[in-house]
Design a protein around this ligand. Structure first.
Ligand code: MSP
Length: 504
């Protein structure tokens, strides 16, 4: 039986500077979804990488006085290092300066051109290098881009994509695919943007050279967004449409993006693909932005957040959990040291960590360090086991719509039920009054902890791995299919230790 495919992407990150919280956030979110689907039996392809062309990068390199290729190589390495830092399980890391990507971007261009959707002209208008975006006069706010970026006047020979002709087809596409964009508030925003009228898009630049050459031209390079968006298919082997990854996964993709780059993904990208007679992507989800202690994050304010600093200060699982749990995926939210510590201490150390720690150390002390042998299960035992098993279906529903905070809430509901069960059943009292019942209660709890640790792996993989080690669960017995099995009484257990330290 072939496994269903699940293809998930992050944006590819600009290499003009070091990674920050925004990059870490999308990558962790994508990793949680990728890990969940892998454990659930999907054939997952998780892609991340770097966007290495364009005027912004060329200028940053020249300002640094470093050859552009050396400059991008350096920052690309720090983005690649995010994978080990954040425990990401990406299957590939794509760089747009790679020859395969150049070939793919040119092939997409040629397909669009052959179908008559590209013409030559000249562009005269505003351009924001920071956003790598063209803006119409009417979009400017106080002489700046609506994003606050500085704009400059550009006049140059340019190729154009006939975007204005795609307005109705795009609107029909959104209509026919109501699940294309999440969250729904964003969908309305995009639809009204398209309804307000689309102008043809300048898709080449001719006044600098750091990019993918336009096929057949000596002077033009491709507009960096057209080049960058192509990464999602060049990684799959495009233009070879028979490439195994391409046939397996395209267009069954989930693109995670920040709200600021939704337009490129929701409007330009499907239009390019339709113009090339390729399928548009299945799903796009736009997340919100973090502030830092209530303040907008910006380089000029000097309050950017370094992911390596976060991991050193709080721990990788703690950061991953915080990202997923603190704000509903899709909304804006605030990063603060106090909120981060609160989540790590209350949800991880006290609720989940302490549950495992008190049960496992009790078993080590009073149960001979082996999995207890249960007697007949009472209704309350069966109810708890059934409740925890039913979490999987609820979790799946949340994963389907990228509802990461709801995923956490659902799983922690199980943690809460288990903690209440410990308090009510009070195994430490049963030790004196009914040792046989104590064994059943402890067995039930260990089985519940096993199931919770399996389910929570995508969010806090390192801690769950330690917990499952302490339950003597073999590494290949940790998938969602293994939720159906049960602990074997009498199995020897290693010495337990806490997996979520309390942060001071
Ligand atoms: N290179 C383009 C994407 C091309 S995809 C084909 C790009 N790169 S980026 O490095 O500037 O930004 C990457 C992501 O970081 C964006 O999704 C953006 O939303 C996100 N963030 C930047 N600052 C952020 C916060 N303060 N909070 C959350 N995410 C933020 O855009």
């Amino acid at each position: 039986m072939t496994r269903p495919s699940y293809y998930i992407t992050t944006p590819i990150y600009y290499v003009n500077d070091a990674p920050h919280i925004g990059h870490a956030y999308t990558s962790v979110a994508a990793d949680i979804l990728a890990r969940f689907q892998r454990l659930d039996g999907y054939e997952v392809f998780f892609l991340t990488g770097t966007d290495e062309h364009g005027q912004k990068i060329e200028r940053s390199a020249s300002k640094a006085g470093v050859p552009t290729q050396d400059f991008v190589d350096g920052f690309a390495r720090s983005f690649e290092a995010l994978s080990s830092l954040l425990n990401l399980t990406n299957d590939m890391f794509i760089r747009t300066t790679s020859p395969d990507h150049h070939k793919a971007a040119q092939a997409l261009w040629t397909r669009i051109e052959e179908r008559g959707h590209i013409y030559e002209g000249s562009y005269a208008g505003w351009y924001a290098v920071r956003d790598e975006a063209f803006y119409g006069e009417k979009e400017l706010v106080g002489g700046k881009a609506p994003t606050g970026a500085d704009v400059e006047w550009v006049e140059e020979a340019s190729f154009f994509f006939d975007l204005s002709k795609w307005q109705d087809k795009l609107l029909a596409f959104y209509e026919e695919n109501p699940d294309f964009m999440g969250p729904s508030s964003r969908r309305n925003e995009v639809i009204s943007f398209v309804k307000s009228g689309l102008r043809d898009l300048s898709i080449s630049r001719s006044t600098f050279g750091w990019g993918v050459r336009v096929p057949g031209s000596q002077t033009h390079i491709m507009y960096v967004w057209m080049d960058a968006l192509t990464n999602y298919i060049s990684a799959l082997g495009f233009p070879d449409e028979k490439a195994p990854l391409f046939t397996r996964h395209w267009p069954n993709v989930v693109h995670l993006v920040g709200k600021d780059i939704l337009r490129f993904h929701a409007v330009y990208w499907p239009a390019f693909l339709m113009a090339a007679d390729l399928e548009p992507p299945k799903r796009l989800f736009a997340h919100g932005w973090w502030t830092n202690e209530g303040q907008k994050i910006s380089k000029s304010l000097g309050n950017t957040i370094d992911p390596a600093h976060l991991v050193e200060t709080y721990g990788v699982d703690q950061v991953r959990y915080f990202f997923a749990r603190e704000i509903p995926f899709g909304s804006d939210g605030d990063f603060s040291d106090a909120a981060m510590r609160r989540r790590a201490n209350s949800d991880l150390a006290n609720d989940f960590g302490n549950l495992a720690q008190r049960v496992l150390s009790f078993v080590a002390k009073n149960g001979g360090g082996v999995v207890p042998t249960p007697g007949a299960f009472l209704d309350e035992d069966k109810a708890l086991l059934a409740e925890v098993s039913s979490l999987l279906d609820k979790a799946r529903d949340h994963v389907k719509v990228q509802a990461l905070s709801h995923l956490c809430e659902t799983l922690w509901h199980g943690v809460g039920l288990a903690n209440r069960y410990v308090d009510v059943q009070a195994p430490w009292q049963l030790k004196k009054t009914d040792p046989a019942r104590m064994e059943t209660v402890l067995y039930t709890l260990m089985e519940v902890i096993r199931r919770l640790a399996i389910l929570i792996q995508p969010i806090t993989p390192a801690a769950c791995a330690k917990m499952l080690d302490q339950l003597a669960i073999a590494p290949h017995k940790r998938t969602f299919a293994d939720l159906e099995t049960s602990l074997v009484p009498g199995t020897t257990l290693p010495t337990p230790e806490g997996v979520f330290p309390r942060l001071a």
